[in-house]
Design a binder for this molecule. Structure first.
Ligand SMILES: Nc1ncnc2c1ncn2[C@@H]1O[C@H](COP(=O)(O)OP(=O)(O)OP(=O)(O)O)[C@@H](O)[C@H]1O
Length: 223
């Protein structure tokens, strides 16, 4: 694969945590993800999937190797610069929706873009909430929304800044089967419409089969 068109380039990425008895969580990951590509990340519980996602999304720093995402060399940025640079480039959807309870759906989507200094944050938030089917729920608070609706807000929040890549960690884990299936359809629809790459952690082989490529982690290494 041509690295120059890759949105994620990971080279010999390592994550070792702990002091006296260090734990090697990631043991030399090499990975390229192309623009617009969807990749499923499978692996047993404890194999390192969430840790790899944390490192590739800039939430956690690798303790070895290189990570370049959307043209950003994570190792060359300090914490503040990395936090600013991640906004707008990297979208994240988690199992527990992580919406701010004191903000409406519209505010949950708009405020991160406002903090990132995007001029059209309010309009983009409304457009993206309409795209995920929540035009009628703009001013509802998270407690007034169903689980599926909350995850739609989280998807809108992740996609609205038009990131180069979206990471999703078991995005249907808190939803019933039918609602989860609709959320996955929506996530793929929005990903394709936006041209973003998608890395999705899942235990579901059916979902993995819908991605362009499947990767499997075992004991901190890609098989
Ligand atoms: N802060 C930490 N300190 C020490 N070990 C940790 C830390 N965080 C995670 N681990 C360990 O790293 C390993 C990988 O964890 P991780 O959450 O990435 O796995 P996972 O594949 O996402 O698992 P699951 O499918 O259960 O969510 C596990 O053995 C876990 O106990």
């Amino acid at each position: 694969m041509n690295s120059s068109s890759a949105v994620i380039v990971a080279r010999d990425v390592r994550l070792t945590l702990g002091g006296v008895e260090p734990v090697e969580i990631l043991r030399g990951i090499d990975l390229d993800v192309s623009a617009g590509e969807s990749v499923a990340l499978l692996g047993a519980s404890g194999s390192g999937k969430s840790s790899l996602m944390a490192v590739l999304s800039g939430l956690e720093r690798a303790t070895g190797g290189q990570v370049t995402v959307a043209g950003l060399d994570f190792g060359a940025l300090d914490e503040d610069a990395l936090a600013v640079a991640r906004r707008g480039r990297i979208g994240i959807v988690l199992q527990a929706f992580h919406l701010l309870p004191t903000m409406t759906a519209r505010e949950n989507v708009a405020v991160p873009m406002e903090l990132a200094g995007m001029a059209d944050a309010a309009a983009r938030a409304i457009a993206e909430l309409e795209a995920v089917g929540l035009a009628h729920r703009l001013d509802h608070y998270p407690t007034q929304l169903s689980g599926g609706e909350q995850q739609r807000v989280a998807i809108a929040r992740a996609l609205a800044p038009r990131p180069a890549i979206v990471f999703a960690d078991e995005p249907t884990g808190n939803l019933d089967g039918a609602t989860g299936a609709r959320i996955i359809d929506l996530l793929f629809d929005r990903q394709r419409a936006s041209g973003a790459s998608l890395v999705i952690i899942t235990h579901d082989p059916g979902l993995a089969g819908r991605c362009d490529r499947t990767l499997e982690l075992a004991d901190g290494r890609l098989l």
